[in-house]
Design a protein around this ligand. Sequence first.
Ligand SMILES: CC(C)(COP(=O)(O)OP(=O)(O)OC[C@H]1O[C@@H](n2cnc3c(N)ncnc32)[C@H](O)[C@@H]1OP(=O)(O)O)[C@@H](O)C(=O)NCCC(=O)NCCS
Length: 197
Amino acid sequence: MESSAKARGTGIAKRTPEYIEEKMLEGKAVIAFTKDDKQWAGFCYIETWSHHKYVANSGLIVAPDFRKSGLAKEIKKKIFDLSIKKYPDAKIFGLTTGLAVMKINSDLGYEPVTYSELTQDEDFWKGCRSCVNFDILTSKERKNCLCTAMLYDADEKKSKKKKNKFLQFSKYSKIFERLTQMKKTIFLRQQRLKDNP
Ligand SMILES: CC(C)(COP(=O)(O)OP(=O)(O)OC[C@H]1O[C@@H](n2cnc3c(N)ncnc32)[C@H](O)[C@@H]1OP(=O)(O)O)[C@@H](O)C(=O)NCCC(=O)NCCS
């Protein structure tokens, strides 16, 4: 996960192998394998914050050979269903710079939100310390960073359904792509100026 984040020039909230192992043992992970030779193909896990009021589906990764065939979508759906089963009253959220993940999240019913609508659990935000963009997050007083925040709020969905007010991501994907690019350009330039005035 770390090397793939480096390869795409973004940051990652790093976790230890022991932490990931614990998630698997607790049944809070989805692992994809090939049917015949049990080759590893993809992964994602569940984290809970603010006393189980918030759930994050983190660490989504698909092995390079299996990308662009809908596997991430399948893994995300499975971990989403597992999250709802385990924590039916929680809000589910994710932070990402990836357009593919934004699209998958949107298809599942997540909507873009401001960081203030996410968990304010200090331990969650401490996880961002290992990200290369952590200085940007702190300089923005945790209100913004390169990642786009997306949230699935089952209660709000019920009331919105009545008003038929869903955001169609496919209609706006170009805007999100541009926004992510703009944030990257502006925030990284500001950070460079701060480091080398
Ligand atoms: C991001 C990643 C998980 C996507 O996995 P994948 O199996 O290739 O994704 P899928 O095939 O399920 O694609 C899901 C959707 O995203 C779209 N998509 C895939 N890659 C994309 C890209 N680079 N840019 C824009 N859209 C993309 C697909 O077209 C598909 O849309 P559709 O439902 O309209 O067909 C994979 O590339 C990966 O592991 N990357 C490195 C780790 C990473 O970035 N993790 C995410 C951290 S938040």
